[in-house]
Design a protein around this ligand. Structure first.
Ligand SMILES: Cc1cc2nc3c(=O)[nH]c(=O)nc-3n(C[C@H](O)[C@H](O)[C@H](O)COP(=O)(O)OP(=O)(O)OC[C@H]3O[C@@H](n4cnc5c(N)ncnc54)[C@H](O)[C@@H]3O)c2cc1C
Length: 710
């Protein structure tokens, strides 16, 4: 790598990093593309966005405004070969939102609108099942609608162009959506004018009403034909485009040279179809490209026919791609310099220069209401793209003015060509005919609806479809006010005072206090805390202080306080659990939790908890008792379920020994509170083997049970 290469590599990496940052959570990094293609080989994409909605595409577009990087839209990857090195750019994959289909109901016009991500075989089969004919050929092409349009996929005497009416394109560099007539997409044999920045969102097909059974029979025949002639495994269909009609088929030329079975590394010319190159599982894309180059060179030298790749090569060195017969630049970020030398599509969307991502200037004439002009201007802010001619009356004066017909972008360009002299024609947006079901509700609030109310007369205009228009929130419609600093300050003071008044208002004074989870906690403390809150504003009541006071009660493990408007506070108490009790020297009972914490000091005998026999220290509530009593509390809490019903109490024998007294009088000495579980297990085993009535004592303090019989 020389210095220039290093610089450009660093620049590219920086651009990708920056774009990744701009796209935030939407983007995935270093995504292996093998899984996205039918070849199942190839390296990672630097960035990948799975667009879940048009909004995601707008986000991509916004990010690209700042940093432009190589782009690649992937459909079902059935016509792609990604280099082993991967693709240093941004891959866009359409999500479920582009998998919908709208079907006509007989006898309506048999028009089908399918999302760009719909699989062609699915569209074919479902069309047939609904009695529609004209798309049966699609059953054998494992691509998507978007990829199918881009490639003008076809077979069995038909292709996309045969039924395609229009497509909805999202222009990634301009951030606009447009419906474009099929004739303006430059469809040709296995190709089109679509560029890497054109994303096919949906396509509209004109089919015919036919006979379901006949269509299904035709598809069965297509499938049978393909199974017979085409190999399975990992491939991307025909590798080379058939040369001009007199040049024979690419497959026949390759076959004629006896190249079936020719292999380089993991790639092999198929035995079944000479124009298919297969790759071994886990193989190398670079082997495929090398084999393509070899086949192409042999065909050229021996027949004089120069084959061109039908498969799109991604991420390869331009020389390698060119040797393989691929069109170089298919995934580049280069845009045409201007529309004059570009395609009809470029002309429709307006010129795009390398450092200019803006819309071409669009002149808006009277029919657009002021609000729409403001919206358009804001959307394409600082591009200077949207202007209203100076002499144009505002919509207030022009409510009677004839306005533009609603047409789609392709019709508009024709109109522009015809009426080039007439400046100031209206820009009107019409999307209603081409919406997928998920887009419909948006459309009702979108620009289409707005347009239809005033677009009802003769003069023809330009069309821009952008479904961001009309989706703005209400506050953006509020006119921007210019206020003096003094007024602003006054408003601030007023807002501040109002806030104080609200805080002090009796409306928000705590009136209702709901308490949950209380069984043993001190009711007096609870009453005090509640009283301290009552009457205070819900906004300012000292809930934290109240929480601290409540958690001062040994019974309260945790207190949670929340306020609810206008005047309610909820106190949720989580209490500690008492497990045992013992009598102190003062003859009063100390109730313990599992940690040996004294929860309460009582005069009576709390029979609901296990007694710890012995005389313990005089501890106040909230303190933690001595180690042996802590161990006794844990023993009381963890007595085996089989033993528990037989236990009268546990006992403490001196400062370091524990034991259990059974209801039948048997004394079990556990000794020091170590290895208690094991000792208990030994006791349990003994008790299952012998009748406890005859056992006076079991001593497991040494680790071995010693039994004393009655
Ligand atoms: C076994 C097999 C048999 C095949 N048989 C045929 C056949 O009979 N006839 C035929 O024409 N092809 C055939 N193909 C090739 C392939 O299926 C078609 O070219 C198909 O149209 C590609 O669609 P895709 O979604 O897989 O596109 P991809 O392979 O994902 O992409 C192909 C091109 O389309 C672009 N693209 C993809 N989606 C979009 C989108 N939403 N918007 C804009 N651009 C997009 C990509 O950027 C790329 O440039 C075959 C392939 C295989 C594996």
């Amino acid at each position: 790598m020389d210095a220039d290469d290093t610089d450009s590599y660093a620049r590219e990496t920086r651009a990708l990093d920056r774009l990744g940052i701009l796209l935030g959570a939407r983007v995935q990094r270093d995504v292996k593309l093998a899984a996205y293609t039918t070849y199942k080989v190839g390296g990672p994409a630097s960035l990948l966005v799975k667009a879940r909605s048009i909004d995601d595409l707008h986000a991509v577009s916004n990010a690209l405004r700042e940093k432009r990087v190589p782009l690649l839209v992937i459909g079902r990857g059935s016509n792609l070969l990604v280099a082993d090195e991967g693709f240093a750019g941004l891959v866009v994959v359409l999500g479920e939102f582009a998998e919908q289909i709208i079907w006509p109901e007989q006898p309506a016009v048999p028009r089908v609108v399918a999302g760009g991500a719909v699989a062609l075989p699915v569209l074919a089969r479902q069309s047939a099942a609904r009695g529609l004919t004209g798309f049966e050929w699609g059953v054998g092409v494992p691509g998507s609608v978007g990829g199918g349009v881009r490639m003008n996929a076809g077979g069995h005497g038909s292709d996309m162009a045969a039924s395609l009416e229009s497509i909805k394109i999202f222009h990634l560099l301009k951030g606009i959506v447009a419906n474009v007539a099929a004739k303006d997409v430059g469809l040709r044999f296995r190709g089109s004018d679509l560029e890497p920045y054109h994303v096919v969102i949906s396509a509209s097909f004109a089919l015919s009403w036919g006979d379901q059974q006949a269509s299904e029979a035709e598809m069965a025949e297509i499938v049978r034909w393909r199974r017979e002639r085409q190999p399975g495994g990992h491939n991307a269909g025909s590798v080379f485009v058939n040369p001009a009609p007199d040049g024979g088929s690419a497959g026949a030329l390759i076959d004629g040279l006896g190249l079936r079975g020719l292999r380089i590394g993991t790639a092999e010319v198929s035995d079944k179809h000479a124009n298919f190159i297969q790759v071994d599982p886990g193989g190398s894309a670079d082997d495929v490209a090398e084999l393509m180059a070899l086949v192409r060179a042999r065909v050229l030298s021996e027949t004089g026919v120069d084959l061109h790749s039908e498969v799109r090569l991604v991420g390869f060195d331009p020389e390698v791609a060119s040797n393989a017969g691929a069109q170089v630049g298919g995934t580049s970020n280069n845009a045409p310099n201007d529309s004059s030398g570009g395609t009809r599509l470029d002309a429709l969307f307006g010129p795009l220069v390398s450092d200019d991502n803006t819309l071409s200037a669009v002149v808006i004439s009277p029919p657009l209401p002021d609000e729409a002009v403001v919206e358009l201007s804001e959307l394409f802010a600082d591009t200077g793209a949207i202007t209203r001619p100076d002499d144009t009356p505002s919509v207030a004066d022009s409510s009677q003015t004839p306005v533009g017909e609603v047409v789609d972008i392709s019709t508009a360009i024709q109109a522009r060509e015809v009426q080039q002299a007439a400046a100031g024609e209206p820009v009107v947006i019409d999307d209603a005919q081409h919406l997928l079901p998920h887009e419909r509700s948006e459309a009702s609030t979108g620009v289409s609806g707005a347009v239809s109310t005033f677009a009802n007369t003769a003069a023809l205009g330009d069309v821009i479809v952008d479904d961001r228009i009309g989706r703005r929130t209400w506050w953006k419609r509020v006119p921007r006010l210019r206020v003096s600093p003094l007024v602003g300050f006054g408003v601030l003071i007023a807002v501040f005072s109002l806030t104080l008044v609200i805080l002090a208002s009796p409306l928000f004074a705590v009136r209702r206090i709901d308490v949950t989870g209380v069984t043993y906690s001190d009711p007096a403390l609870l009453g005090n805390v509640s009283d301290s809150l009552r009457g205070a504003s819900v906004f300012t009541a000292d809930l934290e202080g109240a929480q601290r006071r409540l958690e001062g009660d040994p019974w309260v493990r945790q207190a949670r306080l929340n306020w609810y408007l206008p005047n309610r506070v909820v106190i949720e108490i989580e209490e500690r659990r008492a497990v045992a009790w013992f009598v102190g020297v003062d003859n009063r009972a100390r109730v313990l939790d599992i940690d040996g914490r004294v929860l309460e000091v009582l005069d009576g005998q709390p029979t609901q908890f296990m007694k710890i026999e012995g005389v313990g220290p005089n501890l106040p509530p909230g303190t933690v008792t001595t180690l042996v009593y802590q161990a006794a509390a844990q023993l009381a809490n963890s007595l085996p379920a089989d033993l528990l019903p037989q236990v009268r109490h546990v006992f403490v024998d001196g400062p370091e020994a524990l034991g259990i007294t059974l209801k039948k009088g048997t004394i079990i000495t556990l000794g020091a509170p170590v290895d208690v579980r094991n000792k208990l297990t030994q006791v349990m085993v003994l008790l299952t083997q012998q009748d406890v009535s005859f056992i006076a004592a079991i001593d497991v303090s040494s680790g071995q049970p010693v039994i004393a019989n009655e």
